[in-house]
Design a protein around this ligand. Structure first.
Ligand code: LLP
Length: 431
């Protein structure tokens, strides 16, 4: 199986985290997001332990809430001792409502409004990751009005192509995030930040992209960031105390995807970082990263019920489910690939289908050309694996479909973490 939390019982029925997927679907209905809490905790611990060992006790992985943001998730992350990367008042509010400590929240975003800045300052968010010069000025003013000195990291664009989907390539020079080093603007950004009386500049941030498999992407990023840190020290006399390299490690969606040994990668990054810093005579800063996908992706599975099976002789066949691009828009947006399994049957003749949703749009495909039992029929349960990241968090109410619930699986038990949306919820704001 793709991941070791997916298996089959002797009679062929699909198990996730050791629990029957069909039984969970019977109990909670479909479409249904399942989240393996034990796996989330293992992934958090893997980061925490690797960070401690490689970057020292001061280092901290921040869970990137954009991957899956709901109250229960932040409780788990808090218990596992990670910080949080939040990108909106909504993510901040969700984390705070779970009792997540405000000082361990790093607040991102390239378009923070005055209201957003006020919201985060008033709640004592630990650190702003300042994206650009406009934000620097507005944040400094707002902090001054409150007589606080706000800790900030400055987001730098390193100009590195991580060879990932274009839409999630965030490190190249001409992206909308951060301030580029190559054009000389990053140095001006740091210079300007140092004149802001109400900001305390703790360090630098960068993020080169998501679904990064290329081994040397983070090593090249280290080269660039350490080079820039040395330039800043030489020109402005400032030695940064924090370095945040963003998120991005890839996960396996298909059996054919390469594995990403994250602890091994982190060891390499640490060795490379320490070597570059020592060449530049710089001390090891407090090290941060912001993993999202690699903490939750393999903890997720989505379960659907088949509504219809359509065969178009000489063309193709569809399995049409009760979900779709509303709960998983990632194939539509990125051509993202997934492993799809029948929840009951595994043996027998197979056929190729497009797994479709029920939105009124022919592009509403969850996954094209997948192999399922030829006899797949209305009422069967279908599971899409590795949907823990960027599925629930990107879900929509297109066609006014209510969003699915999230059920957590822990130690052989299961419980509801997010309720199924109702038509009343969908209609709640209409006047
Ligand atoms: N930090 C920053 C500043 C980011 O922009 C991101 C992701 C992360 C951390 C977390 O990266 P991760 O470890 O999850 O790769 N919706 C897309 C992914 C967008 C990623 C956006 N930024 C998808 O479904 O693939």
């Amino acid at each position: 199986m793709l991941t070791d939390n997916i298996s089959r019982s002797e009679d062929g029925s699909l198990l996730f985290a050791g629990q029957s997927v069909s039984a969970l679907a019977d109990r909670y209905g479909t479409p249904l997001y399942l989240m393996d809490e034990d796996r989330i905790r293992e992934n958090c611990r893997m980061y925490r332990e690797a960070f401690r060992a490689d970057f020292g006790p001061d280092s901290l992985p921040l869970y990137a809430g954009k991957a899956a943001s709901f109250r229960r998730m932040y409780r788990i992350v808090a218990e596992e001792g990670l910080g949080v990367d939040a990108v909106s008042p909504g993510e901040i509010a969700t984390a705070l409502s779970a009792g997540f400590p405000a000082e361990k929240i790093y607040y991102h975003g390239d378009g923070k409004t005055d209201a957003d800045i006020a919201f985060a300052l008033d709640r004592g968010v630990g650190c702003f990751i300042v994206d650009n010069g406009n934000e620097l000025v507005s944040l400094n003013e707002a902090a001054g009005e409150r007589s606080v000195c706000q800790k900030v990291l400055l987001r730098i664009t390193p100009g590195i192509d991580p060879h990932t989907y274009a839409a999630i390539n965030t490190g190249a020079v001409d992206v909308k995030f951060g301030v580029p080093v190559e054009t000389g603007q990053a140095m001006e950004f740091v210079r300007a930040a140092l004149t802001m009386k109400n900001l305390s500049v703790a360090g630098l941030h960068c993020h080169v992209g998501s679904m990064v498999f290329d081994e040397d992407v983070f090593l090249r990023t280290v080269d660039l960031m350490v080079g820039f840190m040395a330039e800043v020290r030489d020109e402005l006399g400032l030695v940064f105390g924090e370095l945040n390299l963003g998120g991005g490690y890839g996960v396996r969606y298909l059996d054919s995807d390469p594995p990403c040994d994250i602890p091994a990668r982190l060891r390499e990054v640490a060795a490379h970082l320490k070597a570059r810093l020592s060449e530049a005579s710089l001390p090891l800063p407090r090290f941060l990263m912001e993993p999202g996908r690699s903490i939750v992706a393999d903890a997720g599975m989505t379960v659907y019920t088949v509504c219809s099976v359509k065969r178009i002789p000489g063309y193709k066949s569809y399995v049409i489910t009760d979900g779709g691009m509303t709960d998983n828009p990632r194939f539509c947006l990125y051509g993202a690939r997934y492993t799809v399994l029948h929840a009951q049957k595994k043996a027998g003749l197979r056929a190729i289908f497009d797994l479709a949703g029920r939105c009124c749009e022919s592009g509403d495909i969850i996954q094209p050309a997948i192999s399922l039992p030829a006899g797949t029929a209305r009422g069967d349960r279908i599971a899409v694996c590795t949907t823990g990241a960027y599925n629930y968090s990107m879900a929509s109410n297109y066609n006014r479909f209510p969003r699915p619930p999230i059920v957590m699986l822990r130690g052989g038990e299961n419980y509801l973490a997010v309720k199924r949306e109702t038509l009343e919820d969908v209609l709640a704001l209409d006047i």
